[in-house]
Design a protein around this ligand. Sequence first.
Ligand SMILES: [Zn+2]
Length: 283
Amino acid sequence: MFALTPGQPVQIAEGVWRLLALNPGMMSGPGTNTYLIRYLDGLIVLDPGPEDPRHVINIEVAAQQLSLPVKKILVTHTHRDHSPAAHALHAQTGAPLCGPGTIDDNLQDERWHPHEQLADGDKIELGHSTLTVISTPGHVGNHLCYLLESEGMLFSGDHLINGSTVVIAPPSGSMSAYLKSLEKLLPFDIHVIAPGHGDLIHQPKQAVEQTISHRLKREHKVRTALSERPNSSASELVKVVYDDTPAFLHPIAEFSLLAHLIKLCEDGVAVVENSRYTLTESA
Ligand SMILES: [Zn+2]
């Protein structure tokens, strides 16, 4: 059962707790999930969440209740609903910040500079298990997932979330990279996904495959729209390609549409001139 009560830690596996932040909304669903993971004689805090002193206090109270001090702060990516609380938590606990490097695109937590930068394949020894770093660019260029080996539990950040698809906002978001990073997960031994937003995802392989097929269907719809309407802009195409999405969401959908259009250009299927897209002759 997904606890919708922010601030109350819910144990989701041996040595793993989830703590919901107080930021429900259109882009964040029920809010950001912060995960507490037992690490040696303390805790890792994974995705400490948005800049919100109430949530930082909730994390500290939960750590006290568990009698496990915060020893490390880890993030999946540096969007403002995931990493900014790291700074206050670091100031309170001295725990180092670990995670991806910095990228610059106006959507980021600009204060993020990790003490320890992690890369694909890095391993964090927890004592009772291992966390393996899986680089998953797509939602944003510096996105990382973490696999808790003993449980087969993937902390997926915003690579996969429960309840909706994620926005891919260029230039740091890339649809080509996103699809590759979804396929990259398939060989891993993943039993359950603990996403950045929403409840656990219990059929991970199916969720990954469905997400790939959903994105490819959308790409097909973009190609069809372009074949009927050459020389169209993204804002003209969004009404057609996202006719299954309420109009008030079209400004957000336009980011992902742009990511699809850029991919089609990269694939040689479309060309762009003055921000207007047309299929190539051979497409
Ligand atoms: Zn998020």
